[in-house]
Design a protein around this ligand. Structure first.
Ligand SMILES: [Zn+2]
Length: 597
């Protein structure tokens, strides 16, 4: 019996639609991995949702003239639709504004609190001298103490990207009325990170199989652990469940604190919706369960240091000891899988600079599988990688359409025309056996790479089978052996067998076209299952409804092995698998694409 696998996917922030850089970091890699794990017989729980608290949501809501909740509702739906369109096979894609999430965050906090890993500290906070009211971080601007940028906000600098404390700003002023804020002492709660230094060091020293960039980055931070604020003076967030705190309208958990707990809360929500409230435990408290976390590199610290600290604090296994909280002893991440950035002309995608390609535009014009393939084979797996239309067109036309689409098309077409069904093989030659052995062996090599989240190698190895099959057909020339139908049928049977194997190998990357190939080979039923969007009622606030993504992946037929293709299965004339793109698109991009100079 294979181990239960938790696939924990970074939570997209709901202040706008997501671009292809976002989904190349957290989205496609986590889905390729999960689909492979399911096909290999593992029980998989893949969870995520939209991250909906914090300052940027409030700022965007102001700009759009909406309440924070209305804004979160709007982009939660947009993002969920895009991720569904990409075919990301979440068991649950939910959100951080659910009643369930609030309860789980507060409960996990209390476990840490009781074990002494949360410490109150006073720091300087701003008030408006004219009204005496608290001035939230985002309403203060000034000069960044790090880069000198003049429009830095109290919580972060948009120029250099650093998180700031408003008391550090030079020439601070209120964005509401321009007055100079007065700084007074305000109390906040801090995660006592230094109290995990030894435990984290021990944990990280056992992570030798992580990607080197993730491990090195995390270990470098170990030497400088400082208490980190988990509350903020902000009215949009989750209340702190302590006397003297819970009724203060301006004291809320910091957005990073509640969002990272979402992996657990989404698992609990999934269990509650499944009818077995304890079903999440198989993925969290069973010591044999494995947890894989997928994100872009700007999120490494939250997953390799901070989330393990929160878990150890709840478990009572930090340097100060303690007892397990109400969730029991929760598993730490098995692996933190981080991608680098997908860039455009060397820069990060940026909405403000207009260098952005939204998922929705891309899906509408090119469909999901071409993007999934590009991200898998040419994405930012281990270094920042430029997206160019030229390379996208080239990979789509030459690798997907010419190589893979054409192999499927000519194999099925010839068998359909000459036999009408999957032909019966007779005496196979060495060349036939060699090709079949190659495709059978690929299950081990491609699978080994997918288990290690080496998507480039895995997709390239799978495509090697396709290339070999095309070469085989060119050499055997079944269209020329008209006087020897037995030989012709044996060649076509071999080709169809390898098409079926290659389709299985490519299913994690290309689940939509895999379903089509399955049908072109005469198969019926669901080969690769797709996520569904359904409207549900909040489990704790029954007057709220929201969309979730979920799916019946246990019912799919795709399985990670070579299975003999069924002789005599009727074959129809196939339709093309991929549409070739106009080569000119490679130079200009589509009309809606950003112009980058
Ligand atoms: Zn700055």
């Amino acid at each position: 019996m294979s181990a239960p696998v938790l696939t924990a996917v970074a939570w997209p922030y709901a202040n706008g639609p997501r671009h292809i850089g976002h989904v190349s970091g957290f989205g496609v890699p986590s889905d390729v991995f999960s689909r492979y794990m399911r096909m290999s017989g593992n029980r998989v729980l893949m969870v995520s949702g939209t991250d909906e608290h914090g300052t940027p949501i409030s700022v965007q809501a102001d700009q759009e003239g909406l309440t924070t909740r209305e804004l979160a509702d709007k982009y939660n739906r947009v993002i969920a639709e895009d991720l569904q369109g990409l075919g990301l096979s979440y068991d649950l894609f939910t959100r951080t504004t659910t009643g369930n999430h609030y309860k789980v965050v507060q409960e996990l906090f209390l476990g840490m609190w009781r074990n002494g890993y949360i410490v109150p500290k006073t720091q300087m906070g701003a008030i408006s001298p004219s009204t005496g009211r608290t001035l939230p971080d985002r309403y203060i601007e000034g000069t960044c103490p790090i880069c000198g940028y003049d429009g830095a906000r109290g919580d972060q600098c948009d120029n250099c990207g650093n998180q700031l404390d408003p008391a550090d700003l030079k020439n601070p002023r209120s964005r509401i009325n321009g007055e100079v804020p007065k700084f007074i002492e305000t109390e906040h709660l801090f995660l006592d990170l230094p109290a995990f230094a030894e435990s984290l060091g021990g944990y990280l020293s056992g992570r030798t199989d992580w990607r080197p960039n993730v491990l090195k980055f995390s270990q470098n931070l170990l030497g400088d652990l400082r208490p980190r604020a988990i509350t903020r003076d902000l009215d949009w967030g989750i209340p702190v469940p302590l006397d003297g705190w819970r009724d203060q309208p301006m004291k809320r958990f910091y957005v990073w604190f509640d969002a990272v707990i979402g992996y657990l809360s989404a698992s609990v929500e999934w269990a509650r919706r499944s009818g077995n409230d304890d079903a999440w435990k198989e993925f969290w408290t069973d010591p044999s369960a494995q947890g894989y976390y997928f994100m872009g590199k700007d999120n490494i610290v939250f997953h390799s240091l901070i989330w393990p600290s929160l878990l150890m604090g709840q478990n009572g296994t930090g340097d100060k000891g303690g007892v397990p909280g109400s969730f029991g002893t929760l598993n730490l991440p098995t692996e933190v899988v981080s991608s680098e950035f997908l860039t455009m002309s060397g820069s990060k995608f940026s909405t403000s600079r207009g260098t952005v390609i939204y998922v929705r535009d891309f899906l509408r014009d090119f469909g999901p599988d071409a993007l999934r393939y590009f991200i898998s084979v040419a994405g930012p797996e281990n270094q920042d990688t430029d997206f160019t239309w030229d390379e996208f067109v080239r990979r789509t036309n030459f690798e997907l359409a010419n190589e893979w689409g054409n192999l499927v098309n000519r194999s099925v077409s010839m068998a359909h025309k000459n036999v009408g069904s999957v032909p019966r093989p007779t005496a196979p030659t060495a060349a036939d056996e060699e090709l079949k052995a190659l495709s059978r062996a690929a299950f081990e090599t491609v699978g080994a790479n997918l288990r290690r989240s080496r998507f480039k190698l895995a997709s390239s190895e799978a495509m090697r089978v396709v290339t070999a099959a095309n070469r085989y057909l060119s050499e055997q020339e079944p269209w020329k052996v008209k006087d020897d139908p037995d030989r012709r049928d044996t060649i076509l049977h071999t080709a169809l067998q390898v098409v079926q194997d290659a389709n299985t190998l490519l299913t994690p990357f290309l689940p939509h076209s895999a379903q089509k190939v399955h049908e072109a080979l005469g198969g019926t039923g669901v080969w690769a299952a797709q996520p569904q969007m359904i409207e549900v009622t909040d489990l704790d606030e029954t007057d709220r409804k929201y969309p979730i993504l979920t799916g019946d992946y246990a019912g799919e037929q795709a399985s990670w092995q070579s299975t003999p293709i069924e002789v005599g299965r009727p074959l129809e004339k196939p339709s093309p698998l991929f549409t070739k793109l106009d080569p000119e698109l490679g130079e200009t991009g589509p009309e809606w694409a950003p112009i980058v100079k």
